[in-house]
Design a protein around this ligand. Structure first.
Ligand code: FEO
Length: 397
């Protein structure tokens, strides 16, 4: 296990987690990496660590270029445990080491690692720098991207931005750079990452991108996935982030449903036909066999979300309840929606879905539609019409 030199004196020393399949509920079918970076000058700084079970891998990679005892500073850009999990191991190995983080980072380190009260911790903000020798690092606080403690670290002389979770992707690969990896893989995983981790903080993301627009960057080093070093790749990921942060969307609809005896599914497929005939790019997901983090990736750049459910105990199916809770937490902006479904006697699913979509901030230009038991041809005609009407609203926006 060797370190990988990114620029002269700057090394990737992270860990590759091929087996991760869930990141607190976000599915990671391609695993992930925990990226840590070593900056060697007269003094040596380690930027972030790795998840605790990978401490040995981190220390082995560091040892391939320098004795870990020689690390002078541990910069903790973000305390979430996938990045700080090996901090105690590094501090123990290095002995005389100063930990650098934001004030919130210090508070969060104390909350996670109770031995950190004994650590030598320096808190930094945007005015502070850390001189390593010829190289000086500066800090860019990035609160709520995606925790209050988050900051980026920047090397002006090397033009390298260590952006932590920003620009990350959950991909486990032995390839370190975007230009070495499969293109579709990197950018679709970056979209899923943004949708599931950063979407609620899009206003802050837009502001930060604007602040960084005049910063000279030749290499972007996120804390997950591959590193961006080609100008074309940097421009592409930054442009995608600007679009996502601005809430830009396409003539696209995402249709999500759960069904008990296929009545709601028949309606879903007929609404889909109405949308498709009007030329709307439509993605349809049965929640029984689909993953909500993949669905969120599709919702990120869609104009409309249509949610359908059978009625169970006067409400929607539990899968729909869970999906709507997750959706509300991620706070998508500027979208329209519609509700549909089936029931046997009392109903209730449509009312609950409509209420949740409104509470999430969706505009509902088309009235929700429900059918009793199995939909007859007139109910399917109405479903088709719902799709067509929604398509027209999508095109008007
Ligand atoms: Fe990759 Fe917020 O931790």
């Amino acid at each position: 296990m060797k370190a990988v030199e990114i620029k002269k004196g700057i090394y990737w020393v992270g860990a590759i987690d091929y087996n991760l399949r869930s990141f607190h509920g976000y599915t990671t079918p391609r695993g992930t990496t925990y990226n840590a970076y070593l900056v060697i000058d007269e003094k040596t700084a380690l930027i972030d660590t790795v998840k605790a079970p990978f401490s040995r891998e981190l220390l082995t990679r560091i040892s391939s270029v320098i004795n870990p005892e020689k690390i002078d500073y541990l910069i903790a850009n973000h305390v979430e445990m996938d990045h700080s999990g090996s901090a105690s191991a590094v501090v123990e190995q290095a002995g005389d080491i100063e930990v650098i983080c934001t004030a919130k980072g210090k508070e969060f380190l104390h909350g996670h690692y109770h031995d950190s009260k004994e650590w030598d911790i320096r808190t930094v903000g945007s005015e502070d720098t850390l001189r390593l020798g010829k190289r000086t690092l500066s800090f860019i606080p990035a609160p709520m991207l995606h925790w209050p403690d988050t900051m980026f670290t920047y090397s002006a002389s090397a033009r390298v931005l260590f952006s932590n979770d920003g620009f990350g992707q959950h991909i486990a690969t032995p390839r370190r750079f975007c230009d070495e990896a499969e293109d579709w893989n990197v950018f679709s995983e970056a979209q899923k990452y943004y949708a599931n981790i950063l979407m609620p903080y899009s206003r802050m993301a837009a502001k930060k991108l604007d602040e960084l627009k005049d910063v000279a960057v030749e290499v972007v080093c996120p804390s997950h996935g591959v590193i961006f070093r080609e100008k074309e790749d940097i421009n592409r990921i930054v442009s995608l982030y600007k679009s996502w942060a601005a809430g830009e969307s396409k003539e696209k609809a995402v249709l999500v449903y759960d069904t008990m005896y296929n009545s709601t599914e028949k309606m879903a497929r007929t609404i889909e036909e109405g949308l498709l005939i009007e030329g709307i790019d439509t993605r349809i997901f049965n929640l029984r066999v689909s993953d909500i983090s993949d669905i969120m990736s599709e919702i990120l750049d869609a104009k409309a979300v249509v949610v359908g459910s059978s009625t169970l105990n006067n409400g929607p199916m539990p899968s729909i309840g869970g999906f709507l809770t997750y959706l509300k937490g991620l706070r998508p902006r500027g979208k329209i929606g519609a509700a549909f479904g089936s029931y046997g006697w009392g109903g209730g699913a449509i009312k609950a879905i409509t209420g949740e979509l409104e509470a999430t901030g969706f505009e509902l230009p088309v009235e929700g539609f429900q059918t009793k038991f199995v939909p007859r041809s007139d109910a399917l005609d109405e479903s088709f019409e719902l799709g067509v009407q929604l398509a027209n609203h999508i095109k008007m926006r």
